[in-house]
Design a protein around this ligand. Structure first.
Ligand SMILES: *Cc1c(COP(=O)(O)O)cnc(C)c1O
Length: 389
């Protein structure tokens, strides 16, 4: 099934998905699967959502692309919406998560350069994931993404998550910003505790540092609030978004306060495709549907249902732990989950790992009670088969 003409950057599952409908996807043999991967937290509204198809179709019939040398109404509308929702003031649009973080890193450096100040170092957490570009692998707190790619941009250091003393001790006169995922996705579904986030906010305020939150996986309703940071009662200086924002159409965004955003001036950063009418029309539609259909309430209710079910499984097993928020949940099994994922796929349930030992569940925000029941039934049967419960 592998093409000899595609670079092997991915170890692919032996499966070709050709069609989707809501939380269900179909392979080239016509087999149906419950999609608890959702393109890795991308298909916010599930597959083939009629409103999203309508918004994209209408925009494609009007104008697909327009340079950022001109005003783009769909982009202005999206920026206004995202600022109203987040409490931040200005948006920069790009095409992916890594690009959004790259923009945040550049804006951090430019902000302190403008002070003027020599502060430039960004502190991130161990096990973090911030993308695959050179600066973002340097920012990522996992050695495996960096091997073979030296020399990397300098100016990044890593500390253990949820240890405020360690963070405090790592701050020195070169420190510019702290970059965190409120809930680490790729790194194993690890929550940054609300108390920790409030402490980090306080440290940043006391020492004049910027707090950057990477909500590329957690943003746009995934954790049960529009942004995960709301649950800690704080607000960052910068926020990065991507994955779920376009519901499947590529788009990334960096949001910042007016004070910080002022350091980007004409010529200091850019993107040819960033914030094009098509991707902004898609993102505007995603935000409208989340609000109109009260999907945050659905996320909260389905999350409670799924957490309860997973905790019952964990109680029956040995050393199993449930983690996460909303519909970004992890079942840490304490041993390799690769075979469980394969067998679940054969039984019609798509799941992801988060590190070697954690099953990650990321259904669309539109998932129904029945679909959660169905997924839990399949997972339960498979775990029983392996005598894990
Ligand atoms: C996926 C992800 C990224 C990278 O996004 P890309 O669109 O793949 O570049 C960065 N940060 C977090 C937290 C992510 O989950």
């Amino acid at each position: 099934m592998d093409s000899p003409h595609i670079m092997t950057t991915y170890g692919r599952y032996p499966l070709t998905l050709v069609r989707g409908d809501g939380a269900k996807v179909y392979d080239d043999q016509g087999r149906e699967y419950l999609d608890f991967v959702a393109g890795i937290a991308v298909n916010t509204l599930g597959h083939n959502h009629p409103d999203l198809i309508g918004a994209i179709t209408e925009q494609a019939q009007t104008m697909l692309h327009c340079s950022n040398l001109y005003h783009i109404p769909q982009q202005q509308q999206l920026a206004t919406r995202l600022c109203q929702l987040s409490g931040l003031d200005r948006a920069f649009f790009c095409n992916s998560g890594a690009e959004a973080n790259e923009a945040a890193i550049k804006l951090t450096r430019k902000f302190f350069f403008d002070q003027p100040s020599t502060r430039h170092t960004i502190i991130t957490a161990n096990q973090s994931f911030h993308g695959r570009l050179l600066a973002t692998i340097a920012a990522t707190g996992q050695e495996k993404v960096k091997v073979g790619f030296s020399p990397l941009p300098t100016g990044f250091i890593h500390v253990p998550l949820n240890d405020l003393d360690a963070l405090s001790a790592a701050i020195d006169p070169s420190t510019a910003a702290i970059l965190l995922e409120p809930l680490q996705g790729e790194g194993g579904v690890n929550l940054a505790h609300p108390d920790y986030l409030r402490g980090v906010r306080r440290l940043c305020d006391q020492q004049g540092l910027l707090l950057i939150l990477d909500e590329i996986q957690t943003g746009i309703g995934r954790t049960g609030s529009m942004f995960a940071f709301e649950q800690a009662g704080i607000c960052p200086d910068m926020l990065t978004l991507a994955k779920g924002l376009g519901g499947g159409v590529p788009i990334g965004a960096l949001l910042a306060t007016e004070r910080v955003a002022a350091s980007f001036t004409p010529g200091s950063h850019g993107s040819t495709f960033g914030g094009n009418p098509l991707s902004c029309a898609a993102a505007n539609c995603v935000l409208e549907v989340i609000e109109r259909d009260d999907l945050l309430t659905n996320v909260q209710q389905r999350s409670t249902q799924l957490i309860t079910a997973l905790q019952q499984l964990a109680m029956r097993g040995k050393g199993m732990v449930v983690r996460g928020q909303g519909l970004l949940l992890g079942l840490d099994c304490g041993q390799s989950v690769a075979e469980i994922i394969t067998t679940c796929r054969q039984r019609g349930l798509l799941l992801l790992p988060a590190g070697p030992n954690v099953l990650r569940l990321l259904p669309p925000l539109t998932i129904t009670r029945q679909e959660i029941d169905q997924a839990v039934e399949i997972l339960t049967a498979v775990l029983k088969e392996y005598h894990w419960i």
